[in-house]
Design a protein around this ligand. Structure first.
Ligand SMILES: [Zn+2]
Length: 156
């Protein structure tokens, strides 16, 4: 048996151990880039507003998924919002932005869609759906026009 396989305990099954390294890039586009640059330069969160149905998208989108209208209007939204759901990562992984993040789906005030980000300054036992949170931004000198210019959302 080659050295790269491992027998699954108490079975005749074998697995190949390995890693897949897949470098990739995903364009933020004009709309996403403007949102990220605003995060970096102003420490503010902006979304886009559909001219047809008035849906406010955060993260910013250039096309409404309901009306298929092109969206060009940017609108400021609050840095405060409500946790819609969450998950606690109990394992560290190289792909995680921090050791053991708590991820949440957060609907910002004045937005109609939600974004996924991390929660901080709380323990897993303090989590609840519906809890109010506020964005904590990195210091301006450390911002890179990344969604991680928001360090995390903290409880209010
Ligand atoms: Zn629309």
């Amino acid at each position: 048996m080659p050295a790269c396989t491992t027998q699954v305990e108490d079975s005749n099954a074998y697995v190949y151990d390995g890693q897949i390294h897949i470098p990739n890039q995903y364009s933020a586009g004009i709309t996403g880039s403007k949102m990220l640059v605003t995060l970096r330069d102003k420490g503010k969160i902006i979304g886009t507003k559909c001219p047809s149905c008035d849906t406010v998208f955060v993260p910013a989108r250039s096309v409404c998924h309901e009306c298929f209208e092109q969206i060009k209007k940017f609108v400021p939204v609050s840095s405060m919002g409500t946790v819609e759901t969450f998950t606690v990562c109990n394992e560290e992984h190289i792909a995680q932005p921090v050791g053991r993040p708590i991820y949440a789906v957060i609907k910002l005030d004045e937005a109609d869609t939600s974004l996924v980000h991390m929660l901080g300054e709380l323990e897993p036992e303090d989590l609840s759906i519906g809890m109010r949170v506020q964005a904590v931004f990195k210091d301006k000198k450390d911002r890179k026009a990344s969604i991680l210019d928001i360090r995390y959302f903290k409880p209010l």
